[in-house]
Design a protein around this ligand. Structure first.
Ligand code: FPP
Length: 299
């Protein structure tokens, strides 16, 4: 192999390793081929070791769970994709892409455990303020996710739903969502509820508007409006309220997510960014949830 080819190979390896090294460049100039090879081996060994530890943790946590007291509905604010990418010197879009992988893992765990509803916050009504390029990346990722995963989701009896102002999304995204919802409408194992162009305040305003219309048409007496009637006008009318809300990436706020539905939801947070969120974190959240005493305002 000529010196030039060797140099080009080394720089290619460096490029591949760059994202893997958590934002730290390898200085291949100072490394001979042997040490570079060792470095690669070391890196993959580390991944293997970490995976073994993760598997042990996951199995231990699984055993701690009481299957009879699992939450029926878990909601997740998939936060930290951007910071995950930035910490590695990568474009934000790659953070979102890595976030989709975490979503796939968590859907699998929900199926395995028998959790009935998973609601994920994928795009808020405020997210339109982001640069156009990032919005497009998110919409394309949504389409790609459905195109690649729909068959498997359907085979696993997952019902895909979307909540939010879906009619304002780009047409390809609307079409993919429609296809997914139609195909999986009768599935019953898990409802995967994707909040897109969603705002909690907007949802409440929408419900109030629909109720007001019915009052105007003389179909409802304003005195009959109570919490249970109001709930029937929310996007989640037929779903139980979330028992558990998970927010990664260290922020402790609700960010306009499921404002009505989270009145008595248990919160669980972690500093881990969403792309690093693994089944072990999800199981830890469930174990902690089972330790909570839920009183719903009573004693
Ligand atoms: C918040 O992280 C995350 C989002 C606004 C998008 C979440 C979307 C996905 C995980 C992928 C697309 C979804 C589907 C259903 C395929 P952030 O970008 O605000 O992170 P930061 O606070 O670190 O900047």
């Amino acid at each position: 192999m000529s010196a030039r080819m060797r140099r080009s190979l080394k720089s290619k390896i460096r490029l591949v390793l760059f994202p893997l090294k958590e934002g730290v460049f390898l200085n291949s100039k100072d490394m001979g081929e042997y040490s570079l090879f060792q470095h690669i081996l070391g890196f993959f060994n580390k991944i293997r070791q970490r995976r073994n530890v993760d598997n042990l943790t996951t199995n231990r946590l699984r055993k701690m769970l009481d299957p009879a007291r699992l939450p029926r509905h878990v909601a997740i604010i998939m936060d930290g994709n951007g910071r995950w990418a930035q910490a590695r010197g990568l474009p934000r879009g790659l953070g979102h892409r890595a976030g989709v992988e975490s979503l796939k893992d968590i859907v699998s765990v929900c199926l395995e455990l028998g959790i009935k509803v998973l609601t994920v916050y994928a795009f808020s009504t405020e997210n339109w303020k982001r640069p156009q390029e990032e919005v497009s990346i998110l919409m394309n990722l949504l389409c790609e996710y459905i195109q690649k995963e729909l068959k498997e989701l359907h085979e696993h009896n997952v019902q895909v739903r979307a909540i939010g102002h879906i009619d304002e999304l780009p047409l390809p995204a609307q079409r993919e969502l429609e296809k997914a919802q139609k195909l999986t409408a009768n599935n019953e194992k898990l409802i995967l509820n994707i909040a897109l162009n969603y705002g909690g305040r907007l949802e409440i305003v929408d419900a109030a508007r629909k109720l007001a219309m019915r009052v105007k048409q003389g179909e409802i007496n304003p005195l009959d409006i109570d919490e249970s009637l109001f709930k029937q006008y929310l996007y989640t009318a037929d779903l139980p309220d979330p028992d558990l809300l998970i927010r990664p990436a260290g922020e402790l706020r609700i960010s306009n997510f499921l404002l009505w539905q989270t009145a008595y939801t248990e919160f669980w947070g972690t500093s881990v960014y969403w792309p690093d969120f693994r089944p072990k974190h999800f199981l830890q959240a469930l174990v902690d949830f089972q330790k909570r005493e839920r009183r719903f305002g009573g004693l």
